[in-house]
Design a protein around this ligand. Structure first.
Ligand code: KIV
Length: 280
C-alpha cells in the first residue's frame, strides 16, 4: 500500500511529478479515485451539479458536504481528502468559518478544506489556518461567484484582471495555503502564477503549466447525461451508456424469465419443502 498523502506532502510536491486530483462524492467514487492513485480527492461542491442535478453549486450546505465527505473518508483512502467549503460557509465571520471548516474535519473526516476566493477571503483563510486546518485556495472562475461574474466566464483575460489574480495568488501563498486550484483562466496567466507561488497550482481549464490537474470525476467517466461538457473536459469513458446497457439487459432477462436462475435463488431443504407443500 502506498504511503498516506498529507497536505505538507502536497505542498512539497511542487516541481516534482504533476499532482493528480479528482473529485469524489461517495464510497464508490472514492474507491475509483484511490485505485487510480489520486494524490488528492476533492469532495467538491460540484456534487450539486453532477450528483444532485442542480444548475449551480449555491444550494449545497455544510450538512451536505459533511454527509458526502464522510462517505468518501469512510473508504480510508491514502489520497489526501479535501472537503470543499460551500457558499456562505466562509463569508459571514471568521468564527463561523472555523466552525464550518471544523465540521468538515471532525464530522466528515476531511484532512484539509478548500475555499474559493482571493484577498477578500484572507481573514477567513488565516482563521482556518490558525485552527491548524490546511487550506487549499481556489482562484479564477470560482463557481460560487456565478451571479457576480454574470455567468461561468473565463477570468483574467484582461491585463488588470490578470494582475489582480496574480496578487490574489501571492496573498494566498503568503498566508500559507498548501495548494491553489486555478480554474478557467488563460494558460499564460496560470503559468505566471505557477512560477510566482511556492504552493503547487492545480489547474482545471487553466492550461498545461500548472503543477497538477483536476477534473470532475463524472466528466471523466461520462456520467453527465446530455450536458455539453466544458472545453477543458476530456472524457475517458462513457459509463452512462455502459450502465444503461447493463440495466436494459437486466430488464430483458427479467422479462424473458432467465433472471433469476436456480443458482441465484435460495432453496429450502427437501424435507421442509415437502412439509410445506403437503399443507395445501
Ligand atoms: O467543486 C469542485 O469540483 C471544484 C473543482 C472543479 C476544482 O471546485
Amino acid at each position: 500500500m502506498r504511503d498516506k498523502i498529507t497536505a505538507p506532502k502536497v505542498h512539497a510536491a511542487k516541481g516534482g511529478p504533476k499532482l493528480r486530483m479528482i473529485t469524489a462524492y461517495d464510497a464508490p467514487s472514492a474507491r475509483i479515485a484511490e485505485a487510480a492513485e489520486a494524490d488528492v480527492i476533492l469532495v467538491g461542491d460540484s456534487l450539486a451539479n453532477v450528483v444532485l442535478g442542480r444548475d449551480t453549486t449555491l444550494s449545497v450546505t455544510v450538512d451536505d458536504m459533511v454527509h458526502h465527505t464522510r462517505a468518501v473518508t469512510g473508504t480510508r483512502p491514502q489520497a489526501l481528502v479535501v472537503g470543499d467549503m460551500p457558499w456562505l460557509s466562509f463569508h459571514i465571520s471568521a468564527e463561523d468559518t472555523v466552525r464550518n471548516a471544523g465540521r468538515l474535519i471532525r464530522e466528515g473526516g476531511a484532512e484539509a478544506v478548500k475555499l474559493e476566493g482571493g484577498r477578500k477571503r484572507l481573514p477567513m483563510i488565516h482563521a482556518v489556518l490558525d485552527a491548524e486546518i490546511p487550506v487549499m485556495g481556489h482562484l479564477g472562475l470560482t463557481p460560487q461567484s456565478v451571479h457576480a461574474m454574470g455567468g461561468y466566464r473565463v477570468q483574467g483575460k484582461q491585463v488588470e484582471a490578470a494582475r489582480n489574480l496574480i496578487a490574489d495568488a501571492r496573498a494566498l501563498d503568503e498566508a500559507g495555503v498548501f495548494s491553489i486550484v486555478l480554474e478557467g483562466v488563460p494558460d499564460l496567466l496560470a503559468e505566471l502564477i505557477t512560477k510566482e507561488v511556492s504552493a503547487p497550482t492545480i489547474g482545471i481549464g487553466a492550461g498545461p503549466h500548472c503543477d497538477g490537474q483536476v477534473l470532475v470525476l463524472h466528466d471523466v467517466l461520462g456520467l453527465t447525461g446530455d450536458a455539453k461538457p466544458a472545453k477543458f473536459v476530456r472524457r475517458y469513458a462513457d459509463l452512462e451508456s455502459a450502465a444503461v446497457e447493463a440495466v436494459r439487459r437486466f430488464f430483458a432477462d427479467v422479462q424473458d424469465g432467465s433472471f433469476p436462475s436456480d443458482e441465484e435463488s435460495y432453496h429450502m431443504s427437501e424435507e421442509a419443502a415437502r412439509a410445506l407443500l403437503s399443507d395445501g
